[in-house]
Design a protein around this ligand. Structure first.
Ligand code: 5GP
Length: 207
């Protein structure tokens, strides 16, 4: 039997442009947690590396992975499919590592269904105006795509109630500290198995 506890699965979601990616990079810095590398059918952006930022695959390859039951979750986001390869996540959790999934809300809800013990954190922008500024500033999307992302942001925010925690990313450092606080609190949650363990000692004492 392994002598370590199973790792915890964290889902980080929120509209694109809220800084989830940057927050996740901070959380995984110095090997504190592992981030899952998603699979996507979208084209790589300049500077993105296959196997590091995403596994970039064709629609056919993605469909095959779904059919073979290899995806923990998947969803259509902005006309492309994105999903989490299951095996790498499960292996890491079993090794006791905490794993982060940076995925959209549809995916987050699927994870909650199949792994109810997952901790879901929603990252909010301080306002839609700030979100728009950030999307324009990162210069990766056309104005048309930015409008689509803003409309999508409202739809995602409407599902906030399905999440366990929220963090507003106004000042990055504060947002990172908020998420670290959630992770620290979760690490101190009394696990379900503690009750049977206490019961065992109580029974022993009574004998
Ligand atoms: P981007 O194209 O900007 O990299 O990502 C677009 C959206 O897809 C983001 O909201 C991101 O969280 C989401 N996304 C990335 N990977 C996954 C994944 O594996 N599953 C799901 N459901 N969404 C993902």
């Amino acid at each position: 039997m392994s002598n370590h506890q199973r790792g915890k699965l964290y889902v980080i979601s929120g509209p694109s442009g809220t800084g989830k990616g940057t927050i996740c990079k901070e959380l995984t810095a110095r090997g504190a947690m592992d981030i899952s590398i998603s699979m996507t059918t979208r084209n790589p952006r300049p500077g993105e590396v296959d196997g590091k930022d995403y596994f970039f695959v064709t629609h056919e390859e993605f469909e095959k992975a779904i059919a073979e039951g290899k995806m923990l979750e998947y969803a259509n986001v902005f006309d492309n499919i994105y999903g989490t390869p299951k095996e790498a996540v499960i292996q890491r959790l079993e090794r006791g590592r905490n794993v982060i999934l940076e995925i959209d809300v549809q995916g987050g809800l699927q994870v909650k269904q199949s792994m109810p013990e997952a901790v879901l954190i929603f990252i909010l922008p301080p306002s839609l105006a700030v979100l728009r500024e950030r999307l324009v500033g990162r210069q990766t999307d056309t104005p048309e795509v930015i409008e689509k992302r803003l409309a999508e942001a409202i739809n995602e925010i409407k599902l906030l109630g399905e999440y366990d925690y929220y963090v507003v990313n106004d000042v990055l450092e504060d947002a990172v500290n908020d998420v670290k606080g959630i992770v620290a609190a979760e690490a101190r949650r009394v696990p379900d198995k503690v009750k049977p363990i206490i019961g065992k000692y109580e029974r022993e004492k009574g004998e």
